[in-house]
Ligand binder design. Structure first.
Ligand code: MTE
Ligand code: MO
Length: 430
């Protein structure tokens, strides 16, 4: 201990206190005692997390050619509960996140409507609002799973971190459409973003009337710039790519736009070589976040923890297998179990120190579940890039290290295993 520090502690009566605590058998050290002997941090206008937590960050692939078009992954295995903190919500941009001054913001709703609308942000906030918890998941989530043989170093973040879950506040799009008066014959909406990609998609009117939100808040505060500040679409259960950020215009029309953002991307190749467009609904997913790739466990008691969600509605159950799918145990779902939202599942587990593979699979209320890797590739081409929701396996090695437990694709039904075209590496393009 240096002299100045010694005198400071002595001066504050710290040394005496420390000696007293030691005499009482308390385990305090100089470090645990120090905060009680000095003023804490002053009040702050905007809070920051502890400096000891700054290592919990989104993952950005070092292989990206540019950080303006690409994605960052939410660090799923480092988060608790179901809400993704705003600074860690995954990002997917096609031309970076624009800075939008809310004073100049206008939302235009036009086309096949009786009364075209031009709304300021303030106008929008005057409409009756709703707050709902929904996941957003990129269609490219799980893309690393297309890689064969599987990457042994995979983490939960890189496996399924292109998904996040937040409480969104906004106006039901149906309400705005009612205000504008949709003309008969209209079937489609063409939402457009005000980023440099002028990102454009086609959204069926039917879904818009059901539950789509024009959102301006995320977990209680204004949207983060990277989530679409000041206004984005939230389309419950559907692929992230249709949830247009920095929303400036909705054209009401009778035909889909077939925009570059729904033809050059976000179409799926089936195993028999067909290409499907408009595969909007996200299939059930689950990921064990503890224990998961890159972590280390000790023999003894553990609580297996993970996240599950489905674009078809509520999660009905999550099962965990310790024998690669021969038998399953039902995990506990932590309430509330809401539709189109992350659910936390848990299962007590005693690890005897022997090598074991953990699987999880989610079932939703419509009876959908997750395929095994082999089953998944019976349906989708290995050159496909989207909607990967096969069961993720984690292998616990005898030394406690957790690695990717996915097996290379078998020979039989799939033919010889070769490199996967287009998406063999880290996610470059989602
Ligand atoms: N204007 C605009 N909206 C966009 C995109 C974009 O690049 N520009 N990316 C889409 C894609 S592909 C996804 S997965 C989600 C990601 O939302 P997030 O960045 O808030 O996680 O936004 C969608 N909306
Ligand atoms: Mo996406």
């Amino acid at each position: 201990m240096d002299r100045r520090r010694f005198f400071r502690i002595l001066g504050a009566g710290g040394l005496l206190g420390l000696l007293k605590a030691k005499a009482q058998g308390l385990p305090w050290t100089e470090e645990t005692f120090a905060p009680t002997k000095t003023l804490g941090a002053p009040l702050a206008e905007y809070g920051e997390r502890s400096p000891f937590e700054t290592g919990v960050v989104r993952y950005i692939s070092p292989n990206l050619r540019t950080r303006h078009s690409g994605a960052s992954f939410a660090p799923l295995e480092k988060l608790e509960g179901v809400i993704t903190p705003n600074g860690l919500h995954f990002e997917r941009h096609h031309a970076g996140a624009p800075q939008v001054d809310p004073r100049h913001y206008r939302l235009v709703i036009h086309g096949m409507v009786e009364r075209p609308l031009v709304l300021t942000l303030e106008d929008l906030k005057r409409f009756p609002s709703v707050t709902r918890t929904y996941f957003i998941e990129c269609a490219g989530n799980g893309q690393n799973g297309y890689r064969n043989p599987p990457d042994p170093e995979l983490t939960a973040t890189r496996s399924r971190g292109l998904a996040s879950n937040a409480s969104w506040t906004g106006v039901p799009l149906a309400l705005l459409l009612k205000e504008a008066g949709v003309k008969p014959g209209a079937r489609w909406l063409i939402p457009e973003g005000m980023d440099a990609a002028m990102y454009t998609r086609s959204l069926p009117l039917e879904k818009a009337m059901e539950d789509v939100l024009v959102a301006y808040a995320q977990n209680g505060e204004a949207l983060r710039p990277e989530q679409g500040y000041p206004v984005r679409l939230v389309v419950p259960g559907w692929e992230g790519s249709i949830q247009v950020k920095w929303l400036r215009r909705i054209l009401v029309t009778d035909l889909p736009a077939m925009a570059k953002d729904e033809t050059s991307e976000y179409t799926d190749v089936t195993a028999d070589g067909r290409v499907l467009a408009f595969t909007w609904v996200m299939e059930p997913q689950s990921i064990i976040t503890y224990p998961s790739g890159g972590q280390r466990v000790q023999p003894g008691f553990h609580e297996i923890r993970g996240l599950a969600w489905s674009g078809f509605g509520r999660i009905a159950k999550v099962e965990v297998s310790f024998d690669e799918g021969r038998t399953w145990r039902k995990a506990v779902l932590e309430p509330p179990v809401e539709p189109y939202a992350f659910v936390r599942f848990k299962l007590p587990w005693y690890w005897d120190g022997k090598e074991v593979v953990l699987w999880s699979r989610a079932w939703d209320e419509k009876g959908n579940t997750q395929p095994t890797r082999e089953e998944f590739f019976r349906r989708w081409s290995r050159n496909n890039r989207y909607h990967y929701n096969a069961i993720q396996a984690w292998r616990i090695l005898p030394d406690g290290r957790v690695v990717n437990g996915d097996r290379p694709l078998g020979q039989g039904a799939f033919g010889p295993v070769g490199p996967v075209g287009g998406c063999g590496g880290e996610v470059l393009d989602v």
